[in-house]
Design a protein around this ligand. Structure first.
Ligand code: NAG
Ligand code: NAG
Ligand code: NAG
Ligand code: NAG
Length: 832
């Protein structure tokens, strides 16, 4: 009787062994997979077998992509227990039905630990499935579709997260599927960097180095992880967080099933990266990087500090009602100590306690938070109000109307702004006029609403009247599509008015294709810059003030005022502006050659700048600055001179741009001071960066840096030299001291330079960056030095630092090109 199942088994075996010579995706209990043989998944995407990574000779069992130009391993079985010799290992299924990896002498280097025994007549197999999942299952007579595996490699990921895989917890068994990086590119053993869910209350994805949190994604808010920036990945992938009683996990799948994708945690980069395969050349294309920016770094701004990205850099601000814990460190851009309450606060006292709404924020660190998924926002607020140690509340789910409640007790950590994402957080503060949510009885709400309705109605009527007046007024004054606008002088001694043509918004919008993306030239400090062509054929650059930027409005006005007053061939020319309701535009002459940094710091482009062009640029910028400092009617301090603010016309003539931060002083006033230091790191004079004292000599300092950059083709900031760790100024100083200044000169210049001129320029550059402002020459002397052969004084030693972190403030300068996005500008707020 027992003979029938046996016969069946033999037939089955025969059919299997016949497959083994061709491509197969499985082994059975009676076969083994020796080093050298491989399994290939159906569809041919993945391959399983033995490999040695990079230059290593260790042998590992793993899964890799089969048709990719560079071998990409996605899973390793024996990552921490390699085989020493080639052709010594084999994979087989043990009597108990587990996978075991044995070396020649019979030592097990890896095995699975599932406990279900096979029943007779059933063949146990291990199969590499199409999605890259290696599974153990029993092959039943009837082909059942149930995806019940006795063991699966997807439950034990290495460093790669594949589509279809679950990242997360089985709460019954305590299994936590998370990624652990390879130690290095040729060593798959477990590194210290991990990615996954490490806590089960209010779960969120984290990158950790050992137990230190480096990044958190924010909890799932019903739509996405709350710290996600934008929807770009969602165009390609379906992403989902599933939370059930006994498990929760995160999963993704490409919308297009033929798209091959993977995500990897990388120890060297300290980052989690998503890739998609480029079908053409079978190479990986980086899709996104986590952490994406400096603000993503865990707790970048400390407690109650909020991080915002401006261009490529981070700025920390204390929440309103809070002030830096250590003003000194805060001023030095060391934000880690965070902020503390600056105003007296008393719990539940009317007028002294309330909530304010912060918009577009990532949910702060929830590790000590309380939560409830069924409460409403109102119940959440009441609950927070009741407890004097409660500092903030939020909806845990913002899909639909919003529901659920998370409360914070104590410090708020890891706050950041997300302009296009994030959600509303309600923070407990001393009540002031700005407080939107104050805990009072329900009865009060009715009368409050009444007041709001009345206020809105009145405002609306006033606005309509104003608009009508404006339309009437414009009709009256409109001439040929634009009219002249009077720009008032800030300086009250001078009654003369300057005139700047005012353009019609619709005309300008039309010339830029309604501000279409392909007309965009770059992103400036207070808004994007577009290329346009006026009806008369003239090319222009149009800078548009972002609606959201309040600081931008100040800079915009500043720029309008300056540009209307100052005209010089080495200053960029403003053709007009447009101020209509929400829209503020500045129209400049178009600079076909973008800005200096675009040429200077690009190995391909820098060839176009031979020595005579560079010398011409140095002289031109010097003349422009001299005009601002001395020859114009008012003394102007630019405050943000840098390579990206020097634009180049068709003939590579330099034009200084960007007066958003410029300051005007009385004719005899030589310096000013500010509590708000704005400018760009690497170009800022020490006395300005540290004490906020700006003068024409701080501009001279920036000019000195610019000279050194033009000569060396390198940025002052952001590079280090192998022999010592200082910036370009320090490097130049050392070479000067060692009498080898020639080594500073850009190798691109090779034959085109005139040695005496370049050495003279280095000399002048070093004179301009001297530590004491009084030691630095004026721009007038600089021009004389540039054009004469007289002996120059010896420079004194400059101060040079080599900062690691740098930041950009929202209020900083901008430029007309996108090549300057790496530019770093800082703002230091002086303590109040
Ligand atoms: C088998 O070889 C490994 C080295 O390859 C060695 O560490 C181990 O002790 C050996 N085991 C036996 C049983 O000889
Ligand atoms: C979680 O693990 C338990 C025990 O291993 C298992 O019975 C259960 O099916 C698993 N749950 C899920 C959802 O995979
Ligand atoms: C990590 O990234 C670096 C740089 O892209 C790469 O060279 C290296 O191979 C990666 N490491 C691993 C383990 O993939
Ligand atoms: C406030 O909340 C904290 C943290 O949950 C708790 O320890 C404390 O007992 C609460 N205080 C009151 C008065 O309910």
């Amino acid at each position: 009787m027992a003979i029938l199942p046996f016969m069946l088994l033999v037939v089955k075996l025969l059919s299997l062994t016949s497959q083994i010579c061709s491509v197969t995706d499985k082994i059975t209990q009676y076969e083994s997979l020796p080093d050298g043989a491989t399994l290939v998944s159906q569809g041919g995407t993945y391959e399983l077998g033995f490999f040695s990574p990079g230059s290593s000779t260790n042998r590992y069992l793993g899964i890799w992509f089969r048709n990719v130009s560079v071998k990409t391993v996605v899973w390793v079985a024996n990552r921490d227990n390699p085989l020493a010799n080639k052709n010594s290992g084999k994979l087989s299924i043990s009597k108990e039905g587990n996978l075991v990896l044995l070396s020649k002498n019979g030592t097990a280097h890896w095995s699975t630990n599932q406990t279900t025994k096979g029943s007779s007549g059933v063949i146990r197999i291990a199969q590499l499935l199409a999605p890259g999942n290696f599974v153990i299952r029993d092959e039943k007579e009837e082909d059942s579709d149930s995806e019940e595996y006795l063991w699966q490699s997807f439950d034990y990921p290495t460093d790669t997260f594949l589509p279809g895989m679950k990242l997360g917890w089985n709460l019954t068994s305590g299994l936590n599927r998370h990624l652990t990086a390879w130690k290095s590119w040729d060593d798959p053993s477990s590194g210290t960097l991990t990615y996954g869910y490490f806590k089960t209350e209010i779960p969120e994805l984290e990158i950790r180095n050992d137990s230190t949190i480096l990044f958190r994604s924010g909890p799932w808010n019903g739509i996405q992880n709350s710290g996600r920036h934008s929807v770009t990945n969602r165009q390609l992938f379906n992403m989902d967080f599933v939370s059930k009683k006994d498990e929760f996990y995160f999963q993704y799948k490409p919308r297009d099933p033929s798209l091959i994708a993977m995500s990897v945690i990388n120890q060297t980069l300290n980052a989690f990266q998503r890739f998609i395969l480029n079908e053409g050349n079978r190479t990986w294309k980086l899709r996104s990087n986590t952490p994406r920016d400096i603000c993503d770094n865990y707790e970048h701004c400390g407690s109650f500090g909020s991080c915002a990205m401006e261009n490529e850099s981070a700025v920390c601000e204390c929440l309103s009602g809070f002030a830096p814990k250590s003003p000194q460190n805060w001023t030095a851009n060391n934000w880690s100590q965070g902020c503390v309450r600056s105003e007296p606060w008393s719990c539940k006292e009317r007028g002294k306690d309330g909530f304010t709404k912060l918009q577009n924020v990532k949910v702060p660190d929830t590790s000590t938070s309380w939560y409830n998924t069924s409460m409403t926002l109102e119940e959440c607020r009441v609950k927070c109000w009741e407890n004097c140690s409660c500092t903030a509340y939020i909806n845990s789910d913002i899909s639909g109307e919003g529901s659920g409640c998370i409360l914070w007790f104590g410090d708020l950590l890891d706050l950041r702004q997300l302009p296009d994402a994030g959600q509303d957080l309600y923070v407990r503060l001393t009540a002031s006029e700005t407080v939107l949510y104050q805990a009072q009885g329900k009865a009060n709400d009715g009368s409050k609403k009444m007041v709001v309705v009345v206020a809105i109605t009145v405002t609306a009527i006033v606005l309509i009247l104003l608009t009508l007046m404006l339309i009437w007024w414009r009709r009256k004054f409109e001439v040929r599509g634009f009219f002249m606008m009077k720009v008032e002088k800030k300086n009250d001694g001078d009654q003369e008015d300057s005139e700047l043509p005012l353009f019609d918004f619709n005309t300008v919008a039309a010339t830029t294709g309604n501000f279409s993306e392909d007309k965009k030239l770059g992103e400036g400090g207070f808004g994007p810059v577009y290329k346009g062509t006026l009806p008369d054929g003239q090319d222009v650059a149009v800078k548009r003030l972002s609606h959201s930027s309040t600081q931008g409005m100040i800079e915009f006005k500043n720029e309008v005022i300056f540009c209307s007053k100052f005209q010089h061939r080495n200053l960029v020319k403003v053709l007009g502006c447009c101020i209509e309701e929400q829209e503020k535009l500045l129209i400049y002459e178009y600079m076909p050659n973008k800005s200096l940094d675009f040429f200077l710091f690009d190995s391909c482009q820098s060839k176009f700048l031979d020595w005579s062009k560079r010398f011409n640029i140095i002289s031109g910028v010097a003349r422009g600055l001299l005009y601002l400092h001395q020859d114009s009617r008012f003394r102007v301090i630019h405050r943000d001179l840098k390579a990206s603010n020097v634009l180049l016309d068709d003939n590579m003539n330099p034009k200084i741009s960007d007066f958003g931060l410029a300051r005007m002083c009385g004719g005899d006033q030589l310096e000013g001071s500010t509590s708000r230091v704005v400018g760009t790191y690497g170009y800022m004079a020490p006395e300005y960066a540290i004490d906020g004292i700006f003068s024409i000599k701080s501009d001279v300092y920036s000019f000195g840096i610019l000279i050194l950059e033009i000569l060396s083709g390198k940025k002052n900031k952001g590079l280090s030299y192998s022999n010592h760790s200082c910036n370009l100024v320090g490097h130049a100083w050392r070479l000067w001291k060692e009498c080898t200044p020639v080594a500073l000169i850009d190798t691109c210049l090779e034959d085109s330079y005139i040695l005496s001129e370049t050495l003279r320029c280095i000399h002048i550059g070093l004179l301009c960056v001297q530590h004491q402002p009084d030691d630095r020459p004026t721009m007038a002397s600089v021009l004389i030095m540039l054009n004469s052969e007289n002996a120059l004084p010896q420079p004194k030693e400059p101060i040079f630092f080599s900062e690691k972190v740098s930041v950009k403030d929202k209020s900083t300068s901008d430029s007309m090109t996108s090549s300057s996005v790496n530019e770093v500008t800082v703002s230091i707020m002086e303590p109040r």
